[in-house]
Design a protein around this ligand. Structure first.
Ligand SMILES: Cc1ncc(COP(=O)(O)O)c(C=O)c1O
Length: 424
């Protein structure tokens, strides 16, 4: 067989927009190691207790998309119906089930209706959709408050939108610096969106509802306030503002099934806003971006039986979070840095091995990065190094696992901290 030499003179690269070329590759501990078996995946804040799906609801979901018969009975008609048809466009039943759940849980001031909901393929998709709808490439801007979830800036860069950053107050539980934010928003009409992550990732702290209302009530700034509530069901010190969307037409609330519901793989997120804004989001969204199978599972997750399971699992994650944070805080050289409003804990690693044999009280990126790689290499435990983010010197983020995983994690951290202290 003759060999064919593939030639690439990289002319194609010249065609790529400079803002796209400037993007860093998205990396996590997991993307570095690939899909090798790990003992504890604690880098992406998935739900360690698994999905809250009642068996009878799941059975009904499979039947709805014709899955069992299509797969096991080799029935061509079922197979065609299950896989060949485009998904339903409007997702009205899913939207209604989601509204019922939130209306009862949040005692919404004005009840949500399906016209308030836009369903997306996870929140990452929704963030991009909102940026595309509101901001003109090369002209408009967004405002973020670091340290914060990276996708707001990534979506802005992809869409050739500049990002303005007003960091959170790292000396005060990573809260919003409202005077600076308001001053910036008022003085720059090109800022079309302000993103607030509540509770914060990676901070783990909630933002009080009154601070969000202060931004919504701003008499000068007329942009869109996006409140990302991906972790709201784990929160103990803050509340959802989802019930305010019909009162504030410039508010968009983001929620997902990836975290509390334990359904990260099905990729279902919700953008919640007043009906006018929502209609625009629904018009721009790609029509078939959420599969029939995902919609069926999402509906199964919102039945009364599944929601009863959800409440039990949420309680046990919150208990595990407290236990994990307490145990970590007792380890020499470790201090808890983040809040208790999410399904992860942000902790800092202090400088180890000082000449006097003492652990210095100062957070240290070298020690933190060392701990993260030792955890991966010697124990198969994946956590996220956060030391390069604003106000997070020496920080590591660990997702809450089940009881066994957390105990093993704490034990490994204790041993590795002793090892690092001797080695450094
Ligand atoms: C704050 C925040 N928002 C949104 C997302 C994305 O959620 P989804 O899985 O729905 O895309 C994440 C994922 O980690 C997150 O941490």
């Amino acid at each position: 067989m003759g060999s064919t030499k593939r030639v690439c003179d990289c002319d194609c690269i010249r065609m790529i927009r400079p803002n796209i070329l400037s993007l860093d590759k998205f990396r996590t501990e997991r993307s570095e190691t690939g899909h090798v078996p790990h003992t504890f995946l604690a880098d992406l804040n998935e739900n360690a207790m698994g999905p809250s799906l009642a068996p009878e609801s799941m059975l009904w979901a499979c039947q709805e998309v014709a899955m069992p018969t299509a797969l096991f009975a080799n029935d061509p008609w079922q197979e065609r119906e299950a896989f060949s048809r485009y998904p339903d466009l409007n997702h009205v039943e899913l939207k209604q089930a989601f509204c019922d759940f939130r209306n009862q849980r949040n005692g919404a001031l004005e009840p949500l209706e399906p016209s308030n909901i836009c369903v997306s393929s996870g929140l990452d998709d929704m963030i991009d959709l909102i940026v595309r709808c509101m901001c003109r490439p090369g002209q408009d801007r967004i405002l973020i408050c670091p340290p914060v979830y990276h996708m707001y800036q990534t979506s802005a860069t992809i869409n050739d939108i500049e990002t303005v950053a007003i960091p959170l107050d790292s000396h005060n539980r990573f809260q919003l610096r409202l005077p600076e934010i308001q001053k910036t928003l008022r003085s720059d009409p090109s800022i079309k969106i302000c993103f607030v992550c509540n509770p914060g990732n990676p901070t783990g702290f909630g933002i009080p509802v009154r601070d969000i209302q202060t931004l919504l009530d701003d008499p000068v700034w007329q942009g869109i306030l996006v409140v990302d509530e991906a972790y709201i069901d784990f929160a103990s010190t803050t509340q959802s503002v989802i019930g305010l969307v019909n009162r504030y037409p410039r508010l968009v609330v983001l929620q997902t099934l990836s975290k509390a519901f334990g359904l990260a793989s099905i990729r279902v997120g919700f953008g919640v806003a007043c009906a006018h804004l929502c209609a625009v989001l629904n018009n721009v969204k790609k029509p078939y971006s959420v599969s029939s199978q995902s919609i069926a599972v999402a509906k199964a997750a919102l039945t009364e039986q599944s929601l009863a399971l959800l409440r039990v699992k949420l309680r046990s994650i919150c208990e595990e979070r407290t236990r994990l944070a307490r145990a970590l805080g007792r380890i020499r050289g470790i201090a808890i840095r983040g809040g208790m409003d999410t399904n992860f804990v942000l902790f800092e690693v202090c400088r180890l091995g000082s000449a006097s044999g003492e652990v210095s009280g100062r957070p240290c990126n070298v020690s933190a990065a060392g701990l993260v790689s030792l955890l991966r290499e010697s124990a198969g435990i994946l956590v996220r190094f956060k030391g390069m983010e604003y106000g997070c010197e020496g920080c590591v983020r660990v997702s809450v696992g089940n009881g066994e995983e957390n105990e093993r994690f704490v034990e490994q951290v204790r041993l590795l901290m002793q090892f690092l202290e001797r080695a450094m």
